[in-house]
Ligand binder design. Structure first.
Ligand SMILES: Nc1ncnc2c1ncn2[C@@H]1O[C@H](COP(=O)(O)OP(=O)(O)O)[C@@H](O)[C@H]1O
Ligand SMILES: O=C(OP(=O)(O)O)[C@H](O)COP(=O)(O)O
Length: 400
């Protein structure tokens, strides 16, 4: 893979595919970690005289403009971090984008509006994605892939665009791959993996591979309820991926055969209603045994006994990989499980890797020192699929 140092960027329009998918409260960025992570690449290109065109997705809009998912706040924050004005195009490939890019002088930076406001970005149809990639390619001379959090997506800006322009990997992708590679080669044991979060259907599949690698797999977050259901327990209104129950049963059986330890919640925090994340009004959750979730309740965090159990299961690990919060950490009443796991990583002697936009944000928002962890990856699904040994579209596309 070429790096940006291999490119002649002075005077050129350089398209940087970043992952600026940051958590927002309205238009306020609650954690800017992903912007800080890619800022050095953008600063380096600008300092070398490039006209930098930054593009990203944010959230999952449905292929059409939606102001709730605008990248305008991210563009503003990027400008603050760079200490220079950053232009913002109010569309991605239309008149505003074309005029904004045409107006860039050497060393200046622009951010385009959310790539996913265009159906072509995420289309499964090669021709539709290709047509959108052609429009993006018209805005640039060179391509730098540095959105590590999205390299597992076969999307136009990640996969099709680099085939149309001379390309290189940015410094963030290079750094992420260097650390994650270590976990695929020589892993110190016991190797514990903690999985949680809300993107359950995306992430359940990686367990298939982890069963060949990990010694211990701890399950929390929204993912836990599909496991509890597979164990024959009712899960009330909790997140459930019913169609994955047979796969989970197979994982549990294979783990037993292989001597891989699956650790599931023994108790959970529940409520009849999803908490108000805006006002953070007290939610007064109840605590119930994991096999006794009432039909009208939703599991929103691991319970106190599970917190202790998970801390104990992490204590003697030599390597820990963690993706996905243990609960709805954005509300203080459901943050304790995520806090306990973060603390569990720090209390171990292990080499620790935390992956994922929300997991990394949770660590910082809950007051932990990010430098105390071995590595904080900007990608959750991306790092899991990398560890799986899969060919990631956004990395394959950067190869020569
Ligand atoms: N039990 C649960 N029910 C619903 N949502 C949950 C639950 N546990 C965690 N979450 C949510 O999961 C989200 C993060 O999931 P995900 O995007 O998969 O993680 P990451 O970005 O770290 O890869 C958080 O917004 C959190 O509120
Ligand atoms: O947040 C992201 O992934 P993550 O939650 O796995 O860390 C990336 O920005 C990818 O977003 P997507 O899962 O909507 O494609």
């Amino acid at each position: 893979m070429k790096t940006i140092d291999d490119l002649q960027v002075a005077g050129k329009r350089v398209f940087v595919r970043a992952d600026l998918n940051v958590p927002l409260d309205g238009t306020t960025i609650t954690d800017d970690g992903r912007i800080r992570a890619v800022q050095p690449t953008i600063a380096k290109l600008a300092a070398a005289g490039a006209r930098v065109v930054v593009a990203s997705h944010l959230g999952r809009p449905k292929g059409a403009p939606d102001p709730a998912f605008s990248l305008a706040p991210a563009a503003e924050r990027l400008g603050e971090l760079l200490g220079q004005d950053v232009a913002f195009a109010t569309d991605t490939v239309g008149e505003s984008a074309q005029a904004t890019v045409a107006g860039l002088a050497d060393g200046q930076v622009a951010v385009l509006e959310n790539l996913r406001f265009n159906a072509g970005e995420t289309s499964k149809d090669d021709a539709e994605r290709g047509a959108f990639a052609d429009q993006l390619a018209a805005l640039a001379d060179l391509y730098v892939g540095d959105g590590f959090g999205a390299v597992h997506r076969k999307h136009a800006s990640v996969y099709d665009l680099p085939a149309r322009l001379p390309h290189a990997a940015g410094d963030l992708i290079a750094a992420e791959v260097t650390v994650l590679k270590k976990l695929t080669e020589d892993v110190k044991r016991p190797y514990a993996v903690v999985l949680g979060g809300a993107k359950v259907s995306d992430k359940l599949g990686v367990i298939d591979h982890l069963l060949e690698k990990a010694d211990r797999i701890l399950i929390g977050g929204g993912m836990a309820y599909t496991f509890l259901k597979a164990k024959g327990h009712e899960v009330g209104k909790s997140l459930l991926q019913e169609d994955q129950v047979p796969a989970v049963l197979e994982y549990l059986a294979r783990a037993e055969q292989k001597g891989v330890e699956f650790v599931l919640p023994v108790d959970v925090m529940v409520s009849t209603d999803f908490p108000d994340l805006k006002t953070k009004a007290p939610a007064n959750p109840g605590t119930v045994a994991a096999d006794a979730i009432p039909a009208d309740q939703e599991g929103l965090d691991i319970g106190p006994k599970t917190r202790e159990l998970y801390a104990a299961k992490l204590k003697d690990a030599a390597t820990i990989f963690w993706n996905g919060p243990m609960g709805v950490f954005e509300h203080p009443d459901y943050a304790n499980g995520t806090k306990a796991v973060a603390q569990g990583l720090l209390d171990s002697e292990a080499f620790t890797v935390v992956g994922g936009g929300d997991s990394a944000a949770a660590v910082r928002l809950l007051g932990f020192d990010e430098n105390a962890f071995g590595h904080i990856s900007t990608g959750g699904g991306a790092s899991l699929e990398y560890l799986e040994g899969k060919t990631l579209p956004g990395l394959a596309a950067l190869e020569d």
